[in-house]
Design a protein around this ligand. Structure first.
Ligand code: AHG
Ligand code: MN
Ligand code: MN
Length: 285
């Protein structure tokens, strides 16, 4: 078990070191294809996806993988124990303007569903490369130094923070959602939104807490962010960090996935802010 998870972590480390080089020399041109959620893929998205798939394919402990950039599940080893869902390069359009981006991995057992996620890992590619691993009730951060990831610290959220990362198009927000966000700002919260969920959530996790939201809107009734590759991995991370992760009403890890590319509204934060979201959403939707 530990050996398998260690192999998976080492594979992700290798991929991340290569991805960092690719970002540096990146051709950020668009490809001619769109992914399953309809986004135009960058050549960069596809290259990162290929690296991760190639490295995972070497591991016999992996049964299946599924990528945000691929339509279907890829089978690796029928006798493998783990299923991995990943977003090779979240926020890839930000590479052009030299903002931080990241990779997100969810490790599942038995099936791709919130209740079966057993570990998650994300890697931030910013001025530094950092990796955060959620496994067995611990949340640990590592930093790339001279070709190796060195332990830096454990991560724990405060009960209440002061950062606000309000996602999606404001013109499409429901009135009650807008009022809730406005009230947070009136209460002194500071805006921190880069458009990349990996650095935005990393900031909330490292700087005492707050709230990241990507709500259901008038045009997107299930939000934008994908359950398996983006939402469930962070739901586990926020749970272990001592905060919360909900769709407005329910814990995100309890929601049902009907298709591998399903999206959901999502809120990640420290407990104080998550309780406010629950109170507001209880009466509204
Ligand atoms: P992608 O995987 O297509 O790069 O998506 C990025 C995500 C996420 O990182 C971010 O929080 C969100 O899209 C930003 O979307 P908006 O611009 O709609 O707020
Ligand atoms: Mn993404
Ligand atoms: Mn992506």
């Amino acid at each position: 078990m530990y050996k398998d998870i260690e192999d998976i972590i080492n594979s992700i480390k290798d991929s991340s070191i290569t991805i960092k080089d690719i970002i540096n020399e990146a051709d950020t041109a668009k490809s001619s294809s769109t992914n399953s959620t309809g986004d135009i893929q960058l050549k960069l998205d596809i290259r990162c996806d290929e690296i991760i798939e190639k490295n995972f394919s070497k591991l016999s402990c992996i049964k299946q993988i599924v990528s945000e950039e691929q339509e279907n599940i890829v089978k690796i080893n029928t006798n493998g124990n783990y299923l991995i869902a990943y977003d090779p390069l979240d926020g890839s359009s930000l590479v052009d303007v030299n903002l931080s981006v990241g990779s997100i991995y969810g490790i599942y057992e038995d099936s791709f569903s919130g209740k079966n996620i057993i570990a998650s890992i994300y890697v931030v590619f910013g001025p530094r490369v950092e990796m955060v691993i959620a496994y067995k009730n611990t949340l640990k951060m590592y930093r790339l130094l001279n070709g190796d990831f060195k332990y830096v610290q454990d991560i724990k959220l405060n009960q209440k923070g002061n950062l606000m990362a309000p996602g999606s198009t404001q013109a499409m927000w429901f009135d009650f959602h807008k009022k809730m966000i406005d009230d947070f700002f009136k209460d002194g919260y500071r805006l921190r939104y880069s458009g990349g969920m990996v650095p935005d959530l990393h900031q909330i996790l490292l700087k005492s807490g707050g709230l990241f939201s990507y709500p259901a809107t008038k045009d997107l009734s299930k939000g934008k962010l994908r359950q398996l590759f983006e939402v469930f991995p962070y739901a586990l991370i926020f749970k272990i960090a001592g905060g919360g992760a909900i769709d407005g009403k329910n814990n995100l890890l309890d929601i049902t996935t009907t298709h591998i590319h399903d999206t959901t509204a999502c809120f990640f934060g420290s407990n104080y802010e998550i309780d406010i979201v629950k109170k507001v959403y209880k009466d509204e939707r």
